[in-house]
Write a protein that binds this ligand. Structure first.
Ligand SMILES: [Mg+2]
Length: 388
């Protein structure tokens, strides 16, 4: 079967065909390689600002800046309306407000962004186990072996964008390509709310026309240094030898040399090991007695344990979460010397944490149980590092 990429809307569909079945575009690219594109970079648009705008519909199309106001505050994220006034991330707030005096400034609410991020990461995780988060709203996905049996990374990216929109009311942009470097460039190319595909045929030419400051890993200082050496575009970079680039940029020189050729062999470094497994349940009617709470806890423990059985993980720390009718949340946890290896052990520990809370002054509206401390293998999300 032929896979066809529409260069206007980036839809991939099965051919043969003469016009795109989505946008009726005629710039079609039949390509055997399209099915083999397996890296996607997904990135929400103006994430913090978009979350705030979602929660403040009155801001509509008004300029919004997320950041700390006052003396030395800087812009953390500006919405796209504020950007049209020249406001940029990391700009001093006083300067941003000179450019856009009528902008609304909101202090960052990291706890809120983390909650939204959990939803987004769950959507990524439903597509593939090979997810490398770069920040709260951004990740590389290797979809070579995806959980949905979808062959095209483009379709997976479209599905993820649609789910992010449906579940968080936010827009995300996606780039699909055959390596991480190009996938990230591709997602940036059609922002906001866009999808762009760079095939092996298009990759080298795409990189040549690009200003070097658009390369991931080239910050303002490196861009200035490159400009001093007469390197402004991908094509200029390509003209330099690897030895020359290494002489001036050290280890990163080799990365630039290959990136200028559209080559990047860094794998998607998935954090396959989850830090905790947790299940919580909000009740239709509040619980007041230990007996009722223990009964509810049993069902939650069943679900947590089912996950442990499926994934083979065994944790040492049990955490109980309780939310009362006044929305006060408390947690209690206990860490054993050895991992919990049976369901009944998990239930016993959960009950031991629950019982001392009774009698309760207020009803319980939610109970949760989580298991963590999976051992040495459990590590934190990887940070982006330049290849060595
Ligand atoms: Mg983003």
């Amino acid at each position: 079967m032929t896979h066809i990429l529409c260069r206007d809307c980036c839809q991939v569909f099965d051919g043969p065909a003469e016009i795109c079945d989505r946008c009726s575009g005629r710039r079609l690219l039949p390509h055997a390689e399209i099915a083999s594109l397996d890296i996607a970079h997904i990135d929400c648009d103006a994430f913090y600002a978009a979350v705030e705008k979602r929660d403040r519909p009155d801001l509509g199309n008004k300029p919004l800046i997320v950041g700390h106001s006052g003396g030395r505050g800087v812009v953390v994220t500006a919405c796209y309306v504020a950007r049209t006034f020249g406001v940029r991330s990391a700009m001093p707030m006083f300067q941003a407000l000179q450019l856009c005096p009528h902008a609304t400034v909101i202090q960052p609410d990291m706890a809120k962004y983390k909650r939204v991020s959990e939803t987004i990461r769950a959507i990524f995780a439903s597509a593939t186990t090979m997810v490398e988060p770069l920040s709260l709203d951004e990740a590389y996905l290797d979809v070579t072996e995806n959980l949905k049996g979808i062959l095209s990374a483009t379709r997976i990216a479209e599905e993820i964008r649609a789910r992010i929109r449906a579940e968080t009311e936010l827009t995300a942009s996606a780039g699909v390509s055959y390596n991480k470097f190009l996938a990230k460039l591709a997602s940036d190319h059609r922002k906001p709310d866009g999808l762009f595909v760079i095939t092996p045929q298009l990759g080298p030419a795409f990189v040549e026309t690009l200003p070097v400051r658009k390369f991931h890993g080239v910050g303002p200082a490196t861009a200035r240094k490159m400009a001093g050496l007469g390197i402004e575009t991908g094509l200029d970079l390509k003209a330099q030898s690897q030895a020359f680039l290494q002489q001036h940029f050290g280890k990163a020189g080799a990365y630039y040399y290959w990136a200028a050729r559209g080559v990047d062999e860094r794998p998607v470094r998935a954090d396959r090991i989850r830090k905790s497994v947790g299940v919580e349940n909000t009740f239709a009617a509040d619980l007041f007695t230990y007996e009722a709470a223990r009964e509810a806890l049993r069902e939650i423990v069943d679900n947590v344990w089912a996950h442990c059985e499926r994934s083979g993980v065994r944790g040492r720390t049990v955490t109980l979460k309780v939310k009362f009718t006044n929305f006060r949340v408390i947690t209690r946890s206990r860490t054993g010397q050895t991992p919990i290896i049976t369901r009944s052990e998990l239930e016993q520990l959960g009950c031991a944490l629950l019982e001392p809370l009774f009698p309760v002054a207020r009803g319980i509206r939610l109970l949760g149980v989580s298991l963590s401390s999976f051992g040495e293998a459990a590590r934190r999300d990887p940070e982006f590092v330049l290849p060595v």
